[in-house]
Design a protein around this ligand. Sequence first.
Ligand code: FAD
Length: 391
Amino acid sequence: MEFAVDDATRRRLEEARELGEKEFRPAGIEADRNDAPIPVGHPFFDRCLARGEGRTRWRGTNPKPGDAPAPRSTVATLLLAEELAYWDRGVIISTPGPGLPEQSVLGVGTEEQKEKYLGPFLAPDKPRWACFAMTEPGAGSDAAAIRTSAKPDGDGWILNGAKCFIGGASRSDWILVQATLDPTKGRAAQRAFFVERGTPGLGGFKIEKKMGLKAYESTSFTLENVRVPAANLLGGEARTERKAGFKAAMQTFNAGRPVIAANAVGMARAALDESIRFAREHELLARDRVRDRIEAMARKVRKARLVCLRAGWLADQQRANIVEASMSKALAAQVAQEATGLGLELVGVAGGRGDHLIEKLYRDAKAMDIVEGTGQIQRMIIARKLVGLPR
Ligand SMILES: Cc1cc2nc3c(=O)[nH]c(=O)nc-3n(C[C@H](O)[C@H](O)[C@H](O)COP(=O)(O)OP(=O)(O)OC[C@H]3O[C@@H](n4cnc5c(N)ncnc54)[C@H](O)[C@@H]3O)c2cc1C
């Protein structure tokens, strides 16, 4: 295995460190204290755009040099994801860009869909967002159980249903909505549809209350007789092809798991550094038991980081990494919870006041075990792959 990065990535990591300290950490703390996501008009987002963030990885129909950021290795992506999450994971998700659905559009979208939905993210004129809506009040881990329906209607589709906890939904230019053509047929009947902001019937946006990661909005909404043209079906008219349905959604999650793991490693590192700083300041390091626990935690963080980078390295080699991707997420999310829990114990009463960085990290870390497949689901995937159980 080789985790070496080139000079350009090293420079990016250095920039990420400076940006994280100067912008991400303060913005995350501000949102946490306000108990509200960073508002759309916040100058933080304009500064993101000015730095060239918020763009798509798609290179356009007639790519010219400099049109879009150069592709980078998965290992480099994971190192950057770790570094930025060290400063604030919620702020990373709040930043503008095509977000979670970009991978599905790149993978199975038609050229017209890439042009229409990713085109505005090539050189965005203003902060723009997009999001992916799978989860429903009655369907989380069991994504095959979604009930949002899509019924053919002339040359289009009518969508009905409700989605919840969708990142950035109320501010998104478009939402990639996962729906079913027939709920009795499970995952084989699922398809994804582009629903643009302002489409009649799309509404009821409600920003959910969250225990952590408050910098970005997690929003529920409803679809009531929402009519979309046939061209809005991800992958085009290939209505019988499964590739544009459940499989595309799962590919998005598979690719995202090591990134979530890298985020969790960054948060665990932040908690560990903060714990050591606090223990030093309060002369706790003279106690063997405190030193032992910090040392054991540092080993776990290192282990989680290596499993995560291995998942990324396998992806870079174009090799299967489903087991490693799930292992990295299951392990790193747990380590982040342990590391922040240890920090909270060390800071004692200061952690109970609700204004200590460790206390915020503790609340932020829990979501890493939930998003994009809970810890239990990751363990089921790993076990299935290892012992060959049927699905
Ligand atoms: C901060 C945050 C952001 C999110 N962003 C998005 C988003 O942008 N888009 C989106 O579509 N969704 C999003 N979600 C939703 C997320 O994907 C779901 O919360 C997740 O899939 C779990 O579903 P659930 O909450 O309904 O829990 P449930 O599925 O009801 O699970 C409850 C508990 O049961 C366990 N469990 C469930 N099934 C099994 C099983 N078969 N075996 C063993 N244990 C099991 C779970 O692990 C969990 O511990 C977000 C969630 C959070 C917290």
